[in-house]
Design a protein around this ligand. Structure first.
Ligand code: MG
Length: 381
């Protein structure tokens, strides 16, 4: 039996996790979870799962449960520290944005294995997280579909024999629009992703291609690969989830339906492939696979991610912080779509972060400082 601790249980990844693991009641049990603003949804999830510890966002709110209830950011840390039994434990981090960093660190320090959907954690502090993973000898497994695919391609292979990783991109909501056509797109347009149904923040990140940039940085840390060996490619069908090319020029790929429950289950059951019986197989007959160059002029935030990744240090933290604040401003109608990248560029192409020491306090402080500065400037809080 594996004990699961789910952070962000009300979100898209959290709900899909609960949905898929219910088929394996003798393998997984959810012992703790954090829930969002929607208390009716929280109630239904808690009734379904019956955890022994829950975290609600707002102090003073409650739902009907026998579980102990904790609140807010401190509550997330309480879940990261909580130990329900001596079973093998996995903390699923499906939080949105920089709020995922501190609970991940706390969970690793408490000996929990991590199944990571919150890519911002690695973008902000990848080196630091993997130092902790080695120190506390836990496993960190990727839920993100592209990294989950690469991870499967690398199973049993030697890293030295890898020529390059190739991360696929669906292109997001605006893949067929020119830069001029992006000038007046709306929030509703941006939230309408052609292939994947996801949370609001990641859907906007997909539309700006920041998400793919983050995934390049995420791959660098997860697979310990230099940026010169990480490529991206446009693949509109979202059937090939990513590829690995080896030195002998053979290429391995993972294909599958665009359904996050598949990589979620693999991240929780590695190295095993548990049977999924209630979803249809991918029908290959009649399908066409297309691949095209992902244009860094059309998608300058992809270029920005390579730039920040290669600069290293606090630069990925700055990229993440400026993006997180800008996306929030776009979602609340305070800026236009193309302002997101303008705000990011006004932060990342500066020299002033290069001498800041890389440590957790500086990462968290710089993240907060930049986010608050941007939100204040545009009248959000
Ligand atoms: Mg992805």
């Amino acid at each position: 039996m594996i004990d699961l601790y789910i952070l962000g249980a009300s979100g898209s990844i959290g709900r899909q996790t609960i949905d898929i693991i219910r088929n394996y009641p003798d393998k997984f049990r959810v012992v703790a979870m954090s829930l969002g603003h929607d208390l009716a949804l929280a109630q239904s999830l808690v009734d379904l799962v019956k955890p022994s510890l829950i975290c609600l966002r707002e102090p003073g709110t409650s739902i009907k449960t026998e579980a102990k209830t904790v609140y807010g950011a401190e509550g997330l840390l309480a879940i990261a520290k909580y130990k329900a039994s001596s079973n093998y434990s996995i903390l699923i981090n499906a939080l949105v944005g920089s709020s995922g960093l501190k609970p991940t660190i706390e969970a690793i320090k408490n000996g929990k294995n991590i199944a990571l959907a919150n890519k911002e954690t690695l973008v902000m502090a990848g080196d630091l997280i993997f130092d902790l993973v080695r120190k506390y000898q836990v496993n960190l497994t990727p839920i993100d579909s592209e990294h989950n695919a690469i991870w499967q391609c690398l199973k049993g292979e030697k890293k030295a024999e890898v020529k390059r990783l190739i991360i696929t991109a669906s292109g997001g909501s605006f893949r067929d629009k020119t830069r001029d056509e992006l000038e007046n797109v709306t929030v509703a347009d941006a939230l309408n992703h052609p292939n994947w149904h996801m949370g609001a923040k990641i859907t906007i990140d997909s539309a700006t291609m920041m998400n793919k940039g983050f995934e390049v940085i995420e791959a660098h840390y997860l697979f310990d690969m230099p940026y010169t060996q990480i490529d991206t490619i446009l693949h509109k069908e979202s059937l090939v989830h990513s590829l690995v090319e080896y030195n002998d020029l053979s290429i391995k790929a993972v294909l599958g339906c665009a359904d996050m429950r598949i990589p979620i289950l693999y991240a929780l059951s590695y190295p095993n492939h548990l049977p999924i019986t209630d979803l249809p197989s991918l029908v290959l007959e009649g399908k066409t696979l297309s691949f095209a160059k992902l244009d860094q002029v059309r998608f300058p935030l992809l270029k920005a991610a390579y730039y920040c990744g290669q600069k290293g240090g606090l630069y990925p933290t700055v990229l993440n912080a400026s993006n997180e604040a800008a996306v929030r401003l776009f979602l609340t109608g305070k800026i236009k779509f193309l302002d997101i990248e303008k705000i990011i560029f006004s932060y990342i192409y500066k020299d002033e972060y290069k001498d800041i020491e890389y440590n957790i306090d500086n990462i968290i402080n710089l993240d907060q400082q930049i986010q608050q500065e941007i939100l204040k400037k545009y009248g959000d809080k």
